[in-house]
Design a protein around this ligand. Structure first.
Ligand code: IYR
Length: 222
């Protein structure tokens, strides 16, 4: 067990109420512009943007501060090709054999299929792994807590950070994703959580005309 000392939270900033309202409203406006995109440009993106966004993801609140995540950033065309092949193999099974009709029906409006060319075209694939447990300095297993919740929150922050920087993302979940451990050489305490594709959108990209639920539909105030 580690012992932490406690320090003053000097980084907290309180804004005047009017400024808070303005910030909340500006943030909502910014987030409403976020869309999942399936066609990426191959334009280069400076690595620094990815680095900073991953560091932002790493600030996520998480179980006992174990930080049970690992991000593998793939730029190498050979590795991207292997990931595309692995994903398309699973997706073929999904679309042709595994997915129940009801699921395929729900996906129809999105126009998705087993072909995933963006996995080779986008400049970065970020494979997010959740760590089921850690290995401490003595080589002993270390228990991790609320792993899915923690990695889910970190992923949300990563998506938000990339969007805020001006990139687009696709949360891609080929299922099952075990092939990512093999290709990316990750240990067995790490499970693929999802594959985040990021870069600039393809010029003239189209997105489905969908809307988000309103406050009354998603929240109850008591
Ligand atoms: N993983 C598949 C299917 C898929 C599932 C859901 I739920 C989506 O919102 C989108 C796609 C694919 O990526 O095509």
């Amino acid at each position: 067990m580690y012992e932490y000392s406690f320090i003053a939270h000097n980084d907290y900033v309180e804004y005047p109420v009017e400024e808070m309202k303005e910030r909340a409203s500006e943030f909502l406006k910014m987030m409403k512009r976020r869309r999942s995109v399936r066609d990426f440009s191959d334009r280069e993106v400076p690595r620094e943007i990815i680095d900073k966004s991953i560091l932002a993801a790493g600030t996520a609140p998480n179980g006992a501060n174990m930080q049970p995540w690992h991000f593998v950033v793939v730029q190498d065309p050979e590795v991207k090709k292997k990931i595309r092949e692995g994903a398309e193999k699973e997706e073929f099974e999904f679309y042709n054999n595994r997915a129940p009709d009801e699921w395929l029906e729900a996906l129809r409006p999105l126009g998705t299929d087993q072909k995933k060319p963006f996995l080779e075209k986008a400049p970065y694939l970020i494979a997010i792994f959740s760590k089921s447990y850690g290995i401490d300095k003595e080589g002993e297993k270390e228990k991790y807590y609320y792993v899915k919740e923690s990695v889910g929150i970190a992923t949300g922050i990563l998506i938000t950070a990339l969007h805020n920087a001006g990139l687009v993302t696709l949360t891609h979940t080929p299922s099952p994703m075990g092939f990512l451990n093999k290709i990316l050489n990750r240990p067995k305490n790490e499970k693929p959580f999802l594959l985040l594709v990021t870069g600039y959108p393809e010029e003239g990209v189209k997105v489905p005309d969908i809307s988000k639920k309103g406050l009354d539909d998603i929240a109850t105030y008591i």
